[in-house]
Ligand binder design. Structure first.
Ligand code: ADE
Length: 263
């Protein structure tokens, strides 16, 4: 996958793209990163990329010409049709489903907005996707672009070492992951659950599923509404609810078993 990033602060990307899995992805030839300074495409000698807002008001807007020149340059040098992603708090909220969708693309171009935003005509002319990483406002789209890049690149086949690691984790199964343990078996008096050292693979798989269901119900019960749950899962939830009955109020809405409506 080729990933181009348009920014006026290219140095932000130096560390993050050069460490860990993103570095490995690049070294293995699975991802190619190209960070472009938008100022290189500004037509004037002062390399201006922003200007005052038409109609008045505070702040500056990123100019259309340098951004479009940069994008046209990037498109001309690559085959296919890239997704052109504008990072903005007004975009579609990023989630794991969108990460999987983007991971199937050959070429992504990220535009990192700054100031009050980008000239609307950039959106009209070239932007295919607008993405927000959540309902809060950052100083620019650089950190959001890195969040999306990290989430997407790790899904490219061959980037994570363990096959299936990405598919099994939180959100990909629709559930949060349960607890994990490593050595030692006892740490400051706290024990690793016995089933995990029993060698009984079926019992371990059941325990893991149950603890994933428990954690999801406790922390993000709304995720249970859209997760794919088997009859076995529903039985595990019944067990969890009766175990936790004294500690927590009631099952998440819509998750009660049988019985019809109580009025
Ligand atoms: N730019 C500023 N805040 C942002 C956010 N939450 N998501 C994406 N881009 C942004």
């Amino acid at each position: 996958m080729r990933i181009d990033v348009l920014t006026i602060l290219p140095n932000i990307f130096t560390g993050p793209l050069d460490e860990g899995m993103l570095r490995k992805a690049r070294e293995r030839g699975l991802a190619e990163f190209n960070v472009v300074d938008i100022r290189d495409f500004a037509g004037d000698k002062h390399r201006v990329t922003d200007d005052y807002v038409f109609g008045g008001g505070p702040g500056m807007v990123m100019k259309a010409e340098p951004l479009l020149a940069a994008i046209e340059h990037l498109k001309a040098g690559a085959p296919g049709r890239p997704r052109v992603v504008l990072m903005t708090p007004a975009g579609r909220v990023f989630d794991q489903a969108l990460a999987w969708e983007l991971a199937r693309e050959e070429h992504l171009i990220f535009i990192c907005g700054r100031y009050e935003g980008v000239d609307e005509r950039v959106r009209e002319a070239v932007v295919t996707d607008e993405i927000s990483i959540g309902d809060y406002v950052l100083t620019g789209g650089e950190l959001p672009a890195l969040v999306v890049i990290d989430a997407v690149v790790r899904l490219i086949p061959g980037v994570l070492n363990q096959e299936g690691a990405a598919e099994e984790e939180s959100f990909s199964t629709g559930l949060l992951e349960g607890p994990h343990y490593t050595r030692p078996r006892e740490f400051r008096g706290m024990m690793v659950p016995g089933v995990l050292i029993s060698g009984n693979h079926a019992a371990i798989a059941r325990w893991r599923r149950k603890e994933a269901l428990r954690r999801t119900w406790q922390r993000r019960p709304e995720l249970l509404q859209s997760a794919v749950l088997s009859p076995g899962d529903r039985k595990l939830l019944e067990e969890i609810w009766s175990e936790e009955e004294s500690a927590l109020p009631s099952p998440a809405p819509g998750m009660e078993s049988g019985g019809g409506e109580e009025r």
